[in-house]
Design a protein around this ligand. Structure first.
Ligand SMILES: [Zn+2]
Length: 676
């Protein structure tokens, strides 16, 4: 259920009027009109004002603001303020304060200072949300509900007494009897067998490594506790206002590790995501694209909402670089290209005080006589012209396997190498595909993947039997699967699949691994050129090498140097109507990975534009082609016919995108004559 209002694409951001005097609020309404703002998120941190004392609710101040916004034609995404429990509440219930893994109870003064499992917090949440919902159920400004803020960041796991009590209940419900838990956790190792549920603690800080299966389950449990706190609110709001969609904003699809968004997305009426550039990272627009593609994917391909990003600098990175001219526009429209029906910001007006006073706003401290404000006004106009994009879909031929449980498991302690990283491999493959101008979806290993020409599993360390069978069926039916090293190693309890690695994928890949040979820091190996393919070059690899023994797979490239010289490095296994490829090292540099990936894409018939410069981002969404030029030179793109949305100019077969600019063309179908 996507919000009905505003029509077209939503534009605006978090609005915190309680920080400002009345004359500023009056100016806000005029400035929002000037910029074309049509949606604001309101009340996110306002619990202390909404309920100044236990059970005493005061919505008068908020009524006035909603009325003013409604009169200005601005719809409201009304937030429940539970990410900011007030001082009086925490003072009355100090047991709600979360406890870290090291056993430190945090103090009041930050945010998210209450544990999702604490009974007093859940009770106060339910009372407040009911009062808020009843008060605003019929207010014409309210278009949707925004529950809490960024579950999982900064509070992922809590180790307080309430959490431990809930954890024991979760374990009983999950395992039924204690012997099943002992088996699943392999507690015979280091003599950890439990004989009573009450003996089981949270996986607290320890002077050595804690049972990895226990830690993995605690990650699942903790994420689930936040989902329960969300669902408690959602159910009250659905009961009171069944016509209004309910969401919560993800703390960044790619950058918040503690939330399993495949599970979360099922609980939301519309997926909402926050994304902040990693300012110092070169080509950080690739991370943005990945975040947007993952948001669309967890939304099942449906349009999603960019709930927060920044107009300029943020305040929480080591060096908070300002955005360069045109960068905010490129960032915003890249999210729209990849499926967002909104461009929302934290926040409307930069704050004068508090922890985030150096975070940019749509209205900067410099005021409206500023380059940033002029870009904001221009962006509002651009988004009005793009209204026809709303609701349209992005189609991808390639999918990357992304599983949060595998992410958690892979990055627990004591793996064969500290250089094994879920994100490192995922980022490498995503970037290679981005530079090949291939739009990708992300998929869970058990999802229906039959529609993709190519599926890549960069880091599927944890793979269940069901997930492995799904990949097997996909290949047998004609799919093309590329698997990277250290995949299919363990089951859902972080126990190694029986037999040689990679237990879950041996048959599918047609090989086994006799021994891992992780490389020293900065050590490289060499993948030989393909013996039968003219023009291929030897490629360096890093991080990983291993002794692969083919059992049906053929060697495409062998290691030419390193501990496995002469043995397979890149293999191919024809199975049923499809092909399974396996890569046993990390090619050095994006070019090397693309040299391996390109032929796989070609073999599978993946369509993509050729001859474009790497920095020209091309994404098709419905009838619209988005062309984002991240470079310093103009780029002419062939094969695009239609009308350029921002200037109304017709392009017949080619369009030039200025340096740093974004062009969107609404394509017109070519006639039969043109096609011939
Ligand atoms: Zn707790």
């Amino acid at each position: 259920m996507y919000p009905e209002r505003p029509a077209g694409l939503a534009f605006g951001g978090d609005y915190n009027p309680e920080q400002w005097p009345r004359e500023v609020l009056e100016e806000d309404a005029a400035l929002m009109r000037e910029a074309g703002v049509n949606l604001v998120s309101l009340g996110m941190f306002s619990w202390a004002l909404m309920e100044p004392a236990e059970g005493h609710y005061d919505f008068g101040w908020l009524d006035e603001i909603l009325d003013r916004l409604h009169a200005a034609g601005v719809a409201v995404d009304l937030a429940t303020p539970t990410a900011a429990p007030p001082a009086w509440f925490v003072a009355a219930h100090p047991d709600v304060l979360p406890v870290t893994r090291e056993g430190v109870r945090i103090g009041f003064g930050g945010r998210q200072s209450a544990c999702s499992s604490a009974p007093a917090f859940r009770e106060a949440t339910a009372r407040l949300v009911r009062a808020l919902g009843e008060h605003y159920r019929d207010h014409p400004a309210v278009a949707m509900w925004h529950v809490h803020n960024e579950y999982g960041a900064p509070l992922g796991e809590c180790y307080c007494e309430h959490s431990v009590a809930a954890w024991r209940g979760w374990l009983r419900a999950t395992y039924q009897d204690l012997s099943a838990l002992n088996d699943a956790w392999g507690t015979t190792f280091w003599g950890q067998t439990y004989t009573d549920w009450s003996q089981i603690d949270a996986p607290r800080f320890n002077h050595t490594v804690v049972n990895p299966a226990q830690r993995l389950d605690y990650a699942r449990f903790s994420d689930g506790q936040h989902r329960e706190h969300y669902a408690l609110q959602r159910d009250i709001l659905r009961e009171l206002t069944p016509h209004l969609p309910v969401t919560t904003n993800f703390a960044g699809t790619v950058n918040c590790k503690s939330t399993d968004l495949w599970q979360w997305a099922r609980e939301l009426d519309v997926v909402a995501n926050d994304h902040y550039l990693r300012a110092e990272q070169p080509d950080n627009h690739i991370d943005l694209a990945m975040s947007a593609d993952l948001a669309r994917s967890v939304a099942g391909g449906a349009p999603w909402m960019l709930m927060e990003h920044s107009a300029g600098a943020v305040n929480w990175q080591p060096r908070n670089l300002a955005k360069r001219p045109g960068e905010m526009r490129r960032n915003s429209l890249a999210h729209v290209a990849r499926g967002s029906d909104s461009v929302l910001f934290f926040q409307w007006r930069a704050s004068r005080f508090g922890a985030e006073k150096f975070h940019s706003g749509l209205v900067p401290h410099a005021g409206t006589d500023s380059g940033q404000w002029r870009e904001v006004v221009r962006l509002g106009a651009d988004l009005r012209r793009l209204a026809g994009v709303r609701g349209s879909r992005v189609r991808a031929e390639v999918a990357l396997v992304w599983d949060w449980e595998s992410y958690w498991a892979l990055e627990l302690d004591w793996r064969p190498s500290v250089d094994l990283s879920f994100r490192e491999r995922m980022d490498a493959f995503y970037e290679a595909l981005w530079r090949e101008h291939v739009t990708v979806d992300f998929v869970h290993p058990s999802a229906d993947i039959s529609g993709y020409r190519v599926v890549v599993a960069p880091s599927a360390y944890l793979l269940t039997e069901a997930g492995a069978k799904n990949l097997h069926r996909y290949v047998e039916a004609g799919g093309h699967l590329l698997v990277s090293y250290f995949s299919g190693i363990v089951d859902e309890h972080d126990a190694i699949h029986p037999g040689p690695h990679p237990g879950a994928l041996r048959e599918l890949l047609g090989l086994s691994v006799e021994e891992f040979h992780p490389l020293r820091q900065d050590e490289t190996v060499l993948l030989a050129a393909e013996p039968d393919a003219a023009g291929t070059e030897a490629l360096p690899g890093r991080i990983w090498s291993e002794r692969v023994r083919p059992a049906g797979a053929v060697t495409v490239r062998a290691f030419a140097a390193g501990p496995d010289a002469g043995h397979p490095a890149f293999t191919r296994h024809d199975l049923g109507a499809g092909t399974a490829w396996y890569l046993a090292t990390a090619p050095v540099g994006g070019r090397a990975l693309r040299d391996l990936l390109g032929p796989v894409l070609d073999h599978a018939g993946v369509s993509r534009p050729r001859g474009l410069p790497e920095h020209l981002e091309l994404v098709r969404r419905g009838r619209h082609v988005f062309l984002v030029n991240h470079g310093d030179e103009p780029v002419t793109v062939e094969g695009v016919t239609g009308v350029s949305v921002f200037d109304g100019v017709r392009c017949d077969g080619r369009v030039t995108v200025a340096a740093g600019a974004v062009t969107v063309v609404e394509e017109t179908p070519r006639t039969e004559g043109e096609r011939a």
